[in-house]
Design a protein around this ligand. Sequence first.
Ligand SMILES: [Zn+2]
Length: 346
Amino acid sequence: MSISSSLGAPSILTGVSMLSTSDVRSGFYLFPCISHSSHELGLISWALLAKETAADPSLYKLLKLTEDATQSFDRSDLNLTTYWAIHESIYTHEGVLMNQDRVVIIPLSLRNRILQHLHAAHQGISTMEQRARSIVYWPGMSKDIKKARDSCADCNRNAPSQAATTPISSPPPATPFEAVFADFFDHGGHHYLVVGDRLSGWVEVLGSKAGTNLAGAVGLIRHLRAFFATFGVPEELSSDGGPKLTAGRTEAFLKLWGVRHRISSAYFPQSNGRAEVAVKTAKRLLMSNTGPSGNLDDDRFLRAILQLRNTPDADCNISPAQIIFGRPIRDTLSFVNKLEKFSNPH
Ligand SMILES: [Zn+2]
C-alpha cells in the first residue's frame, strides 16, 4: 500500500491515462513481445514458469532427466550441452528447474520478459546483474543483460540512471528513515515530492495535481505529514534547497517536528549519496512514464518503482526492500516470493 492511498493524501494516481503513442515511439518498450496494455504487465508467476518449462524442449528434457535418478546426463546431447557445467547443482520444484540456492532456470520464451522487468527502473548493467544472479539463470544471461541495457533508447538518450554512489559528506545514518533526502518539483501539471532514505535507498513518490489547493508549500507539507506518518519523523531532511522546501511555512513545519533541514548544495557533488541517487532515478521514472499531457500511467510506474526497491545496491548487494522488510517485496517477478517458502535442498 502506498503512503498516499493509506492516508487519503493526494495520490500520484490522479489523471491516469493509457500509454501515449509518443512513449511507444520513444522506445521505452524494449521488447515487443510484452503487451503495451497496463492490464498486461507480463507478471511471471510460478505457474507460468512451470508451463513454459514444460513447453521448452531443452528444459523439459532436463526436467525429466533431473527427476529420474536412473538416467544420467548425456553431455553430447545438443539440447543439454549448455547446462553441463551446472548439471550437478540442478534440482526441480513443482515443475520448475532450479540451480544452487533457489535460482530459477528460465525457459527461452520468458527471458526477454525477465529482462524487461529487471530493467523496468532503467537500472544499469551491474545492478540488473546483481538482482538477476540471485534469482534467475540461463546460459548467456550476462550477455543478454548487457544487450537489453544497450538497446534501451530511453537510457541511451538520458544520462545513466545509476550514477556512481559517492561517499556522503555527513556521517552515515544508523537506522532507516532517520535521515532522508527530498526533492519537490513540478512536472506535467503535477507537483511531486520524492523522498529517499539515506540508509536503505528506499524511495517514496507522492504527487498532487497543480492548480488545486494542494499547490506549493501547503501540498509539500501535506505530503511530508503522510510520509512521516508511515516512516516516522526523520532527524534530518536534506534537499537542494528548492523554494517550496525553504519556504517559511515548510521551515516552521520542520521545526515543529524537530527535523533539521540541511541544504545539500548541487555545487558539492561529493554530498551525493544513495538517497540522492534513488531520488534522481525515481524522478527520471516519473518523466519516462508521463505523456505530453502529464498524465501518469500508474501500473507501469508501479512496476518500475517496485523493481527499484528490489534492486540491490552496487556496494552492499542488499536492496532497499531487504533492508526495510528483510525480504524482496512482491513485484512483477512474482515467483520470487515463493522461493523463500521452501528450503534449498542443496
Ligand atoms: Zn533503460
